[in-house]
Design a protein around this ligand. Structure first.
Ligand code: FRU
Length: 461
């Protein structure tokens, strides 16, 4: 048995051994992709191929901490029901032995190509290789080895290739750190997906490292998405340990663009990746987590798993802002519906696995308490949304704030045992967070005036 087969077998044994414990955890999600066992982080290789959606994820099967990552793999026909596949990549080769790090997928001549970063650490000295694996059936992946080495001027923090085609050429962006420890995104081009030519920096300037770049065009504009590290908190911005956001502009000779905008205002959102599906939609998954001090305080680690992804979201451009919208396919999850119209307040139990939509009927302050744990407040005079939850380490209340540029008209929310995704005003702002209220707590309290629709949702993973 070679090392790849050995690692796959070990991961499967480990998954089977713990699957009851993991799935019976009251915090394990019912319709989000979560770690089958161990630790999950970034979405990778996100693509639709011959009708089927393939999504890969950074996966450490053997531990609830970071380590030598695999690429886990799930597939779906409808963006709702997901099936777990065998891992696509294992850290079995000299050039990826300490992790098959993040990357992307493209389809070329009937084959699926996965570009990823091989992470190597010998005596704490890091090496990074941009690697390729291909598949003809979307199930078994064959490594093709190292394609690109770190160019002069950059440290070994050089990773997360995202590849796409424009005209007859292939392009790649990579997250990088310069020798001066400045964050940047560099780009390459290729005629044949074989020989890659280094073309320099697409953008750079703040933080010490930019991870997980993604480049795409949306509605006539050029957009670069990335996850910078090393930004200091500033007012209501950059409150998380690491950030994740985008710049919008025009890429001619240079890429001229506007300011960096955070994509999500919640506590847990990082390393998103997009793809254009066969309907022409720009679809995004994010990691609902962060590599930081909170991780050891997640109560799920005692049940051998940690972290989940977001729901799939469509990105839509409105001027210089990206809106995020839950994909309409998720309506298939709906089971029962109730509707309440009220003028001052409403209290009631709502299912822990549910979706609700609140349409505001009168412009005034709103307060919501979710499972006696998280709160959402709208301040009508400031047009601000404030979201709170207790800190995972010491229980003190922490907050995140987002500003609207028009009055609040709607709140749309997805709840799944230990996660909340809030879409404000049709996705102008989103708040994504993990939350760990008492598993039996279903109390929902609203002060405000409007119509609240609540759906219980079925299980789909
Ligand atoms: C982002 C990241 C990537 C890296 C991967 C390793 O969360 O640090 O830059 O490829 O995770 O798991």
């Amino acid at each position: 048995m070679n090392q790849d087969e050995y690692l796959k077998q070990k991961a499967e044994e480990y998954r089977k051994k713990h699957q009851e414990q993991v799935k019976n955890d009251p915090y394990y999600p019912q319709y989000h992709i979560a770690s089958p066992v161990g630790l999950l982080n970034d979405p990778n290789g996100w693509i639709q191929w011959n009708g089927t959606y393939h999504l890969f994820f950074q996966w450490m099967p053997f531990d609830t901490a970071h380590g030598a990552k695999f690429w886990g793999h799930v597939r779906s026909e409808n963006l709702v029901d997901w099936q777990l596949e065998a891992p696509a990549l294992t850290p079995s080769s000299w050039y990826d032995k300490d992790g098959c790090y993040s990357g992307s997928a493209i389809v070329h001549e009937g084959k699926l190509y996965l570009f990823y970063t091989g992470n190597v650490k010998n005596d704490e000295v890091r090496e990074a290789y941009q690697c390729l694996a291909t598949s003809t059936d979307g199930q078994v992946f064959h490594k093709q080895g190292v394609q690109i080495e770190v160019p002069d001027g950059y440290t070994a923090h050089f990773r997360d290739p995202k590849v796409w085609k424009e005209g007859t050429k292939w392009y790649m962006v990579i997250g990088a750190q310069t020798d001066q420890e400045k964050g940047s995104v560099v780009w390459y081009e290729s005629e044949d997906l074989n020989d890659w030519t280094f073309r320099g920096e697409l953008s750079s300037g703040f933080g010490y490292m930019w991870e997980c770049p993604d480049y795409f065009q949306l509605d006539g504009k050029d957009i670069l998405l990335f996850s910078p590290q090393g930004l200091s908190a500033s007012g209501i911005d950059y409150q998380n340990t690491y950030q994740s956001g985008y710049v919008i502009g025009e890429w001619k000779d240079d890429f001229t663009h506007g300011p960096f905008v955070e994509l999500d205002r919640g506590f847990d959102f990082y390393a998103p990746q997009t793809t254009k599906d066969e309907h022409g939609r720009r679809l995004l998954f994010g990691w609902m987590g962060m590599a930081d001090d909170n991780e050891p305080h997640h109560p799920t680690i005692s049940n051998q798993w940690i972290h989940q992804l977001t729901i799939p979201r469509e990105l839509v451009r409105e001027g210089d802002r990206l809106y995020q919208k839950p994909v309409p396919e998720l309506k298939e999850l709906r089971e029962t519906k109730e509707e309440h119209t009220f003028y001052d307040n409403w209290n009631g139990p709502i299912p822990r696995v549910s979706e609700w939509y609140f349409e505001v009927s009168k412009e005034k302050d709103i307060h919501m308490s979710i499972f006696r744990y998280a709160t959402m407040e709208y301040n009508a005079s400031e047009k601000s949304i404030r979201f709170t939850r207790p800190r995972l380490d010491n229980g003190e209340i922490e907050e995140r704030i987002g500003m609207l540029n028009e009055p609040l008209h709607s709140l749309h929310c997805y709840l799944d045992h230990s996660s909340i995704e809030l879409f404000v005003n049709g996705g102008a702002l989103t708040f994504s967070a993990r939350m760990f209220p008492d598993p039996n707590e279903e109390t929902f309290e609203v002060k405000g005036s409007g119509t609240l629709s609540i759906w219980s949702l079925r299980k789909s993973v």
